[in-house]
Ligand binder design. Structure first.
Ligand SMILES: [Zn+2]
Length: 319
């Protein structure tokens, strides 16, 4: 373990976040300057990452930061419109390769799977598969995520918000377990055998402005045509709650390639299908987040991380 005791820190480094906790419970300072630590993403299906934050992933790789993407499932319940592909085993294998290609499009990304099954949309037969992610015990998922968190020791974690973009049961499960794992990983008494406690400096939820999401759903060829009115009312994030907007214009090409790599998911009925060009450009050139408070935040001296630094470079309002 590296830390202040090895004399690598300077007096200006913060000890409140991005730190491990020593055996006595005291914090050790990270030797890394702010904004230069690994990025770790927790999502549910291949393609969640590319639509939500491929630009930030590309920005991290351009800065030679390590990026680890954890996907709970292989998206086995997705629909492709190609009957030969639409069995869980075949589609899972195809989408794993699509995810690896998307990860390569933004730079070398460490891709890991938790090996659960895609639960499908609420009310579909896939919900009943005992391997379905949403049926997993949350404590088991948290334990597994803590192992990854303590091994990777990310500066920044990105995952879904509490609305799960459009309420997909796997997105909600990814949100709950990722948030719980970030907290648990920092507790010295939690699974002490799986690594030193780790405090993630910044936790963000990917966010799509609700107004924009509703406009997409209202297009005649838009996705999620069978979303019921109660679910519709809760899609996306109200613009007023978005804390962080990142201009990713410099990474649009990488993001476009990452999205296109999910070949089975981006055709007709996909989120970008039929989108007017101006709207498509806006959608692809910015990524929006809600920064979640963590118990070790120091409000008097907010720690900076990659996402905050990118957002500060070109201030934008949510749209
Ligand atoms: Zn998903």
């Amino acid at each position: 373990m590296m830390g202040a005791r090895h004399g690598q820190d300077n007096a200006g480094d913060r000890v409140s976040a991005g730190t491990t906790t020593g055996p006595d419970g005291g914090a050790e300072a990270s030797p890394r300057p702010e904004g230069s630590g690994p990025l770790l993403l927790v999502f549910a299906h291949p393609d969640d990452e590319s639509f939500g934050c491929a630009g930030v992933m590309a920005a991290a790789r351009e800065r030679a930061l390590a990026v680890t993407l954890i996907s709970a499932t292989r998206g086995e319940a997705g629909k492709t419109g190609v009957p030969e592909l639409d069995t869980p085993e075949i589609l899972g294998a195809v989408r794993e390769q699509e995810l690896r290609a998307a990860a390569a499009a933004v730079g070398a990304v460490d891709v890991r799977f938790l090996d659960y099954r895609d639960s499908g949309m609420a009310g579909t037969p896939e919900n009943d598969d005992p391997r379905a992610f949403w049926k997993a015990t949350e404590g088991d998922v948290v334990d597994r995520l803590v192992v990854h968190l303590r091994a990777v020791r990310p500066e920044t974690v990105l995952t879904f918000g509490p609305e799960g973009i459009y309420g997909h049961p796997d997105h909600l499960m990814a949100h709950r377990t990722a948030v719980a794992a970030v907290h648990a990983a920092a507790a010295p008494t939690f699974l002490p055998a799986v690594g030193a406690p780790w405090r993630t400096r910044a936790l963000y939820f990917t966010a799509v402005p609700r107004e924009r999401f509703l406009a997409m759903l209202d297009r005649p060829d838009g996705p999620l045509q069978d979303l019921d009115p109660a679910q519709r009312a809760k899609v996306g994030t109200p613009a007023a709650e978005i804390t962080t907007v990142v201009d990713i214009s410099a990474y649009v090409e990488a993001k476009t390639r990452a999205i296109a790599a999910h070949r089975t998911q981006v055709g007709e009925g996909g989120p970008l299908a039929g989108m007017p060009p101006e709207q498509r450009e806006l959608t692809l050139s910015r990524e929006q987040f809600v920064r979640a408070p963590l118990p070790w935040d120091d409000p008097a001296s907010p720690a900076t991380d990659l996402v905050a630094a990118l957002a500060a470079a070109t201030p934008l309002t949510p749209a």
